[in-house]
Design a binder for this molecule. Structure first.
Ligand SMILES: *[C@@H]1O[C@H](CO)[C@@H](O)[C@H](O)[C@H]1NC(C)=O
Ligand SMILES: *[C@@H]1O[C@H](CO)[C@@H](O)[C@H](O)[C@H]1NC(C)=O
Ligand SMILES: *[C@@H]1O[C@H](CO)[C@@H](O)[C@H](O)[C@H]1NC(C)=O
Ligand SMILES: *[C@@H]1O[C@H](CO)[C@@H](O)[C@H](O)[C@H]1NC(C)=O
Length: 509
């Protein structure tokens, strides 16, 4: 027998939307943790970063925003810069698109959704037919570790748990196409790009792999498979070989305890779970462990009515209601507010995302160096485009680490984009005749700048490293050096350290 408290804790450990600590365990536990369930879905309102004085978010319209239904177009500010700036590189992190639930609600029918692809089903996309046929040639690509055996398209007429849906494919074909449009005038990639210039990485789940391929197809239609290598990130934190960080685990556990305490103190939430359980004829803790919000969100996003059970037998019968859904979502939004106030999650996020940010920063620095005038670029070119196909448990800490705490929780097919730009060369000094080898006037390289975008909105000046940057005509963008010193040192100040090593291993003071 487990005590009620222990049962709660157990539920809590498997259901909160945070990460277990060891990278292998993350993979194994992934089914249990990628639920968008234990976590708040973020701030409301239309803008990514809402203006402060607005009223309480409406949990239902918030949920529709999370679905990211591809039925309208949104402004995308990727690729915008002052005139004559040169785009040097682009690094994108995406969250996978719409997926089938990871949990089912006992005693109810699973939502009837077809995960095979068909141009006769909505939503569809003009690229769908050619995409399906191109994926059929995926055997010609290079696949790291076991990725080659992951299906490259969703293809079950009754979706499997966690499977990407057609909506998810369309969301990412669309994302890829939006960025293709945004960058096509900037000559980011030459027509005959070389294998070195593109880096694609994904976790081992079919929904991330398929989302990455959908994005890539929208971005580079009919790309040459033989030039493509798809890399495998074992950890959902994309931390490669530097995942060990004991202090990160400690912050995570504290954060989970905070989240648990807030939830059990919410009497309206507890009453709602009890009501739902009574309707279905379940124990309250069985219902809670089934993470009903995950399945209900799927119903909502697909326009399906919430599940019902007949009267009689064990439960009182009836349907789960929108009002109950709204209570669970309201609590998730409260949790987000509390999470920001307490700050443990931010500390966790700093340590969780350092390895990814360090890699991002190093790539930018390398590309910036090789673009300096007079340098010979390496054969095959630098890596100018990176795609990381990830999960909510990757993107949420990324946003927090960047200081974008007010950003909405990552919706399906959310995207974070890092752009690197160089300003036009300036001419130094007076155009005097120089004695050296017939130089006319010595051009000095322009400076390098970073832009950060979230779902198409420019959030650069909301990040920790550029919030207080003094924008003016000669520096309308955020200098790359701000980002570099943030990643290499300044970001650790919230945990009273100056490096990752120190922050991860120092004894609690
Ligand atoms: C798109 O779909 C969502 C969810 O069904 C709906 O709330 C929204 O009004 C729709 N938008 C348009 C422009 O049709
Ligand atoms: C999907 O699966 C069916 C049955 O196995 C197969 O006939 C079909 O070719 C598959 N479609 C795709 C696009 O892989
Ligand atoms: C950070 O990046 C540098 C340069 O690429 C690399 O040498 C170093 O190992 C990285 N550190 C961590 C902890 O990832
Ligand atoms: C970090 O430093 C601040 C100010 O010096 C101090 O108030 C705080 O207790 C320190 N925190 C830790 C975890 O050592």
């Amino acid at each position: 027998m487990v005590s009620t408290a222990a049962a709660h804790l157990l539920f809590f450990l498997i259901s909160v939307n945070l990460i277990p600590t060891n990278p292998l365990a993350e993979e194994q536990m992934f089914q249990a943790v990628d639920g968008d369930a234990g976590v708040a879905l973020g701030k409301s309102r239309k803008r990514v970063l809402p203006v402060p004085h607005t009223q309480e978010p409406d949990p239902i319209s918030e949920a529709y925003g999370y679905c990211n239904t591809p039925n309208h177009t949104e402004q995308a500010w990727e690729g915008h810069s002052p005139a004559d700036y040169k785009l040097l590189s682009v690094q994108v992190m995406i969250r996978h698109g719409d997926r089938y639930p990871l949990y089912s609600i006992p005693k109810t029918k699973r939502p009837a959704i077809d995960c095979s692809l068909s141009i006769n089903r909505k939503p569809s996309h003009p690229l769908m037919t050619s995409f399906i046929s191109h994926m059929g040639q995926g055997g010609r690509g290079h696949w790291e570790s076991t990725l080659g055996s992951v299906p490259r398209l969703p293809n079950h007429s009754a979706c499997e748990m966690g499977e990407l849906t057609q909506t998810g494919v369309v969301q990412h074909l669309h994302n890829g196409q939006v960025l293709h449009q945004a960058y096509k005038h900037h000559n980011l990639l030459p027509f005959d790009w070389s294998p070195h210039q593109i880096w694609v990485e994904t976790t081992g789940k079919s929904r991330t792999l398929q989302s990455g391929l959908s994005f890539l197809y929208g971005f580079l239609p009919n790309f040459d498979w033989t030039k493509l290598t798809v890399h495998h990130q074992w950890s959902t934190l994309f931390c490669g070989s530097t995942c060990d960080c004991p202090a990160r685990n400690k912050y995570l556990e504290e954060e989970q305890r905070r989240q648990y305490r807030l939830r059990v103190a919410d009497t309206e939430l507890e009453r709602t779970y009890a009501d739902m359980a009574r309707t279905l004829g379940l124990l309250t803790r069985q219902l809670r462990a089934a993470n009903p919000i995950d399945s209900l969100l799927c119903h909502l996003c697909h326009g399906l009515s919430f599940p019902c059970v007949p009267t009689g037998e064990t439960g009182t019968g009836g349907c789960l209601t929108m009002a109950q859904f709204a209570v669970i979502r309201r609590q998730q939004l409260d949790d987000e507010v509390e999470r920001r106030r307490v700050g443990l999650y931010h500390k966790y996020a700093i340590l969780a995302m350092y390895p990814y940010l360090n890699r991002t920063a190093s790539k930018m620095e390398r590309v910036a160096k090789s673009s300096e005038a007079g340098r010979r670029s390496r054969a095959g070119g630098e890596e100018v485009f990176t795609l990381s196909s990830a999960h909510d448990v990757t993107m949420a800490p990324l946003l927090s680490a960047l200081g974008l705490e007010e950003a909405k929780f990552p919706r399906f097919a959310a995207r974070v984009v890092f752009e690197l730009w160089r300003s036009p060369p300036t001419t130094q000094g007076l155009p005097k005749k120089r004695t050296s080898k017939g130089d006319k006037s010595k051009a000095k390289d322009g400076e390098v700048f970073i832009r950060v975008l979230y779902n198409g909105e420019d959030v650069t000046f909301h990040t920790s490293f550029c919030r207080s940057h003094d924008r003016h005509a000669s520096q309308p963008l955020c200098p790359l050096k701000n980002f570099l010193s943030f990643v290499r040192r300044d970001m650790f100040s919230v945990v009273n350290a100056t490096s990752y090593q120190e922050a991860c291993y120092k004894r609690p003071g």
